[in-house]
Ligand binder design. Structure first.
Ligand code: ADP
Ligand code: MG
Length: 318
């Protein structure tokens, strides 16, 4: 169950190499998140898998079957576009049923399948009769997902699907994406810049930069033991190890202690304390160097002691 990209290269006019000899083996029964700075080739990668963008070099295959020359409409791949691309003149149910209708299914059966999917996505049955223009962003996103799943594709491609939603809706839809991927056993390839998406959803994370794969692996591994500074920063925040400029910690690994109660390795000045929700964020200063710690209890005074476990220290080859 693998989508394989071998030496995939895509160049654009003007000399941009959007993908540069990319080698990837992605599981198609799992949730994959693709991360990378803007312009790193994420969208181009999805468009190439969808067949919407030609390759200049390289090959694609799905479970050993060549995919490179299969036209987009015959690939078992469905793209959920950022603007949802729903048909404005069809009601929601016909939008979801559309692909099944094109494939020759009778209208009533296609609409019944569509209705079942809308229900699975937590949408009320009355919504099926509405036009896309009357939907909220979150509703339209769910309809687009229902439409992606109706023809049982092998791979669903999602380009920043949660970016336009507010925080609450994003968390809700994130849980739904995870359930859908697991329940339908479809491969999801989801481009995101939000570490929360990658940490909560992905079985496998791919980090792209400059059209190349820089790092990949399970998200917990990339979080705890990133091999590149880029991977480390895409998955979460870093703070310098006090007194060093070539080593970092995750902020929750920098322990903040009350001076005089417990003794740490160093003492720092507390610049600012803020409640983030589940944790406190403490901005620190030590010998002119800034620091950041996340902790359960904020320090009480103007100074605090700092401690950390050497095993948590991250450093990267330059
Ligand atoms: P990302 O989605 O990671 O932001 P893209 O895949 O959209 O990156 O783009 C990768 C690079 O290719 C960028 O430098 C972008 O400007 C360039 N690019 C993308 N599409 C085209 C195009 N149709 N014509 C020219 N350059 C393009
Ligand atoms: Mg993009």
């Amino acid at each position: 169950m693998t989508l394989r990209l071998s030496a995939v290269t895509r160049r654009f006019a003007g000399g941009t190499v959007a993908l540069d000899a990319v080698e990837l083996e992605l599981p198609t029964d799992a949730y994959v998140c693709v991360m990378g700075p803007s312009g790193s080739g994420k969208t181009t990668l999805l468009r190439i898998v969808a067949g919407l963008e030609p390759l200049d070099e390289g090959t694609l295959s799905l479970d050993g079957e060549p995919l490179t020359r299969v036209p987009a409409e015959r690939r078992p791949v469905h793209t959920v576009f950022q603007d949802h691309a729903l048909f404005p003149h069809l009601d929601v149910l016909d939008n979801v049923a559309f692909a099944a209708r094109i494939a020759g299914e009778p209208r009533e059966r296609a609409r019944a399948e569509a209705a079942a999917l809308l229900e699975e996505l937590g949408l009320p049955p009355q919504l099926g009769a509405r036009r896309p223009a009357t939907l909220s962003g979150g509703e339209a996103q769910r309809v687009a997902l229902a439409r992606a799943l109706v023809r049982h594709p092998r791979v669903v491609l999602l380009d920043e699907p949660l970016a336009a939603l507010d925080r609450g809706r994003r968390a809700e839809l994130r849980r739904m994406l995870h359930r859908l991927q697991r329940r339908h056993g479809v491969g999801f390839i989801h481009v995101t810049h939000d570490p929360q998406d990658a940490l909560a959803l992905a079985d496998h994370v791919v980090v792209l930069a400059g059209g190349r794969v820089r790092e990949q692996g399970p998200p917990a591994e990339l979080y705890r033991r990133p091999r590149t500074m880029l991977g480390a920063r895409l998955l979460g925040e870093l703070t310098p190890v006090p007194g060093r400029c070539d080593a970092w910690l995750r902020p929750e690994r920098l322990r903040v202690l009350e001076p005089g109660v417990e003794r740490g390795r160093m003492t720092a000045r507390v610049i600012r304390v803020a409640l983030l929700g589940p944790q406190w964020e403490v901005e620190l200063e030590l010998d002119g160097q800034p620091g950041l710690a996340w902790c359960d209890r904020p320090p009480q005074g103007e100074r605090c002691d700092l401690d950390w476990d050497p095993d948590d220290v991250l450093s990267f080859p330059s």
